[in-house]
Write a protein that binds this ligand. Structure first.
Ligand code: URA
Length: 300
């Protein structure tokens, strides 16, 4: 962990009882007894939709002999389920939404672990989602090696004083290699590592030609996608560069992103897969995660 990057000016007071932490978007405060039931959390799994979170929690509970599922009462922003050591949380779409969920979750994990850096370091974080593929057929599962923005630079934000703060978007190689290894000879889908672009928008910053607003030509779109391809980018989604950046900032050791591709962006813009195919793609990304969780959490 990188203690110097943890906001202890705020968080230490939560530990010593000077003030509470209000996880506003989850509808929970640090003194809420519901949090006592989450103290053994070993993994935080994030996905865009609440429906996916409910499915994942049910599946993990079943794998763990029908373990009890704890739900936070507020669900109008993010859906949360906890069972058998794993906290499943939806984060909505895009980095503004996902960053709110992640900041409150990092604070919550700090509180749950009593600020014990060694215990925090053991927590595994993962986003599981969907993406557009770059040169890959629909249905391929990409485990990200690095999250970058549409200009292939890291996630960055405006800050006071000296302009922008740049985050480190690399995912830990030990973790993504372990996920790929856990799926070898087990998965009935292809799992590959690769760089991932996080666009600020589904249409414009993913260089689509089918938005209500279009700023690209077929030539500029193809040139961008080919540039990504030549630079090792295998998929495009909307959260990974920020998620890797924030988790690296605190120095977590184990985190990953697993996304199934819905289409090959070199061949088109519209997602035309059938509902059955889309369901299978979502299931496969989940299976890639569960194969890893079963290998690492159940048999650790
Ligand atoms: N999610 C994205 O952000 N882009 C796609 O093309 C598909 C899913």
């Amino acid at each position: 962990m990188k203690p110097e990057n943890i906001n202890r000016a705020f968080l230490d007071g939560v530990l010593d009882g000077s003030h509470e932490d209000v996880y506003y978007h989850f509808g929970v405060v640090s003194s809420d007894p519901i949090l006592d039931r989450l103290r053994d959390v070993e993994a935080v799994i994030m996905a865009g939709s609440g429906g996916r979170i409910r499915e994942f929690a049910d599946r993990w509970s079943e794998i763990n002999g029908g373990s009890e599922i704890v739900a936070f009462p507020k669900e109008d922003r993010f859906v949360t389920r906890y069972t058998a050591g794993v906290l499943f949380v939806s984060h909505g779409m895009g980095m503004p939404s996902a960053s709110i969920a992640l900041q409150e979750l990092m604070r919550m994990v700090f509180f749950l672990k009593g600020g014990d850096l060694a215990a925090m370091d053991e927590v595994f974080w993962c986003r599981v989602g969907t993406s557009g593929g770059v040169g890959l057929p629909a249905g391929t599962v990409v485990v990200s090696s690095e999250g970058v923005m549409a200009d292939l630079q890291p996630y960055r934000l405006l800050k006071g004083g000296d302009g922008e703060y740049w985050f480190d978007g690399r995912f830990p190689a030990d973790t993504y290699n372990a996920i790929i290894a856990a799926n070898e000879g087990v998965a009935d889908f292809t799992v590959v590592p690769g760089r991932t672009v996080a666009g600020n928008e589904f249409f414009l910053e993913q260089f689509r030609l089918d938005g209500a607003i279009c700023l690209e030509t077929p030539e500029s779109k193809t040139a961008w996608l080919e540039w990504l391809d030549q630079n090792g980018v295998r998929n495009i989604e909307m959260e990974g560069a920020m998620i890797a950046g924030y988790l690296n900032h605190w120095g977590f050791a184990k985190f990953a992103m697993i996304c199934c591709t819905l289409l090959n962006r070199l061949e088109g813009d519209q997602v035309t897969s059938t509902p059955e195919q889309l369901h299978k793609f979502g299931e496969d990304a989940g299976s890639a995660l569960f194969n890893y969780l079963e290998a690492c959490l159940l048999h650790a």
